[in-house]
Design a protein around this ligand. Sequence first.
Ligand code: ZN
Length: 444
Amino acid sequence: MDGSEISDIIIYLNSKGIKSPKGIDYWDPNTIKAMLKNEKYIGDYEYQRKYTVDTMTGKRRMNRGQVPKYYIEDHHIPIIEKHIYESVQIRIKENRREPVPDARKAGTAGRESYYQKFYCGECGALISRYKSSIYDSRVGSQWRCNHSYRVVTSNCSAKMFMEKYMDYNFVKALEDIKKSKKFRALIRKSLSNLELSPSELEDKEMIEEQIEKLNHQLYTAVDMEVQKNGKDTNLINDITEKIIKLRERQLVYIDRIEKLEDEQERFRNLMKYCENIQPISFRKFHNMRPRIQQGESLYLKSNAAKNSTYMDLDGMDHFPEEVFVEYVLSGSINLEGRIKFKFAEDIEFGIDMTYEDYQRRFEEEKSKIQWEEFMHSEEIIKLKEFCKIPRKPIEIKNHLGISSNISYEKRFRVPLLKAGLIELIDSKCNRDRKYKWVDSNDEV
Ligand SMILES: [Zn+2]
């Protein structure tokens, strides 16, 4: 297990047939992270790790020396062996990625917060950034199911997804949360699952009373042993053992109370954030804009423009990374590209969008921008002025300097006529057919 990363630990746990705390086979990397930070799982038991501030509400805080702390090593059978735990602790510290300024451009990074957080909805494997030697500035980073792309025998047919697509899904999901009754209902249900029932509260109280009693017995026993010069520690061990057992039961309740408080606050903050979101347009999110300036020729610029994208990936990043890190436990993406974000163990939410929808949407927006480029181009400005009086096609072509008939038809006459911007002044003789710019007040 030397040099193991979290995914290795998942493989290790699976190979040993160890189920996750929820009893399912599927280990969440977040659970592993939490476990590695918690010494309970390595078999040590730190008694009074947290202590009760308020006995009425059961509010607890970390014990930083306010009450005595006992650290009992090797108290129970470890799930993760101690040396693994220790080496992983070191690795977690070492592996913390530092953001590399130009890494996205160089094609070496990808969105940091997506690592170890996204799963393939088909096979359950983690998805990872597709490592291409060349960074394509037109698509940016891409992600793909680990299994489908690294394992030759894999029968998972998941394809690649643009990182921008995943980003967009998250931003739109946040916007939807604001108006979603379903999401609010999910929160309520999730919180009520954490709440202690009356009988559980009663049980908790009973445990606390017993601990209190045993503590007194322990003090008395210790006193007695001290007087006897420590000859017989059986009684102390017995009492300690009982306390620890009760304490474990109590901790389950206390963890739920704490989790409930934390979750209430977390969701309050999430909702507050979502309330204040200003919806962002598809175009703005992708920093899409015309590639030529107003009044420039479509043709002069076309060669340079051909190679550049309508989407500016190096432009403003509209992805709220800190919100993602704070509120999303994990995400899954299925074959069609439908993404679900897990906001709590029992809360999944996402927009109803497929990768195909997204690509179609992108093409639509691109066409709109292309039309804008066209309408603001030097050629259209000239044509508009020239066709104030009806002109023959040959005259228009000469005026704009277009030699190709196909180009004239496809790029000018057909689209302008279709858009109702030019009208045909018909005549009986084909030769005398003329076009005139349609005057309207809402022109560009
Ligand atoms: Zn897969």
